[in-house]
Design a protein around this ligand. Sequence first.
Ligand SMILES: NC(=O)c1ccc[n+]([C@@H]2O[C@H](COP(=O)([O-])OP(=O)(O)OC[C@H]3O[C@@H](n4cnc5c(N)ncnc54)[C@H](OP(=O)(O)O)[C@@H]3O)[C@@H](O)[C@H]2O)c1
Length: 226
Amino acid sequence: MAATATKYTLASRGQVTRDDIFYTSKLAENRTSYNAVRASIRQSVAACKLGYIDLFLLHSPYGGPAARWASWRAIEDAIRDGEVRSGGVSNFGPRHVNELMGHTDLRIKPVVNQIEAHPFNTREDIRATCARHGIVVEAYAPLVRGMRMRHPVITALSEKYKCTPAQLLVRWSLQHGLVPLPKSVRKVRMEENADVNGFKISSADLATLDALDEHLVTDWDPTNTD
Ligand SMILES: NC(=O)c1ccc[n+]([C@@H]2O[C@H](COP(=O)([O-])OP(=O)(O)OC[C@H]3O[C@@H](n4cnc5c(N)ncnc54)[C@H](OP(=O)(O)O)[C@@H]3O)[C@@H](O)[C@H]2O)c1
């Protein structure tokens, strides 16, 4: 506790240490060339000037099974060599997660799968698969990119819980065990989006939110690729 308190004090004075930062980066494109991926990871480590990357993701499953596997092997070795602390995947559908976890010579499993998830696209299929393998789901576009802030169910429940629509959406993620990644360029909204511990959505209202699923894709959806 003392160490945490000291670190917080330092950070609040602007003296941020490397331990205060959790830096994630991604591989833009899966490659069948292990060496090309290792080189790309090393380039990312050098470019960030942080010494190492906390979490390195395969950005998507595109490229096919051989490219996914060669790219994952490169992440495993980058972890072994200290360039990267942990590895994960992004936009992996159930079949891609099962494929990776099914490799008998898998040495390090992905810790997260970063996918689009919110009440309008709940991705229960991917969440269930990840849960079976003990993989944490990170929810991107957790605020639906602002596209459903005025939806009548969202506004009604926000009034009920005396929170903002964004806070309701962040709570939806958290109460489903997801790690939401709300993005804002405004400090006041960053604080709002983090201030979500003062209320709890009831099970019935969570179900009401789940029922909003319209398979809305706000960006891209590579989760069904071969
Ligand atoms: N792995 C992938 O393939 C993938 C794909 C897409 C996104 N992502 C990542 O996921 C993260 C979030 O996704 P996202 O930016 O697409 O969607 P998002 O977080 O759902 O929505 C961001 C939008 O909501 C607005 N916003 C933020 N807080 C708000 C608030 N309290 N009230 C009203 N509006 C608010 C932001 O505007 P302001 O900035 O003006 O506040 C911005 O327009 C990003 O870090 C992104 O890099 C990953």
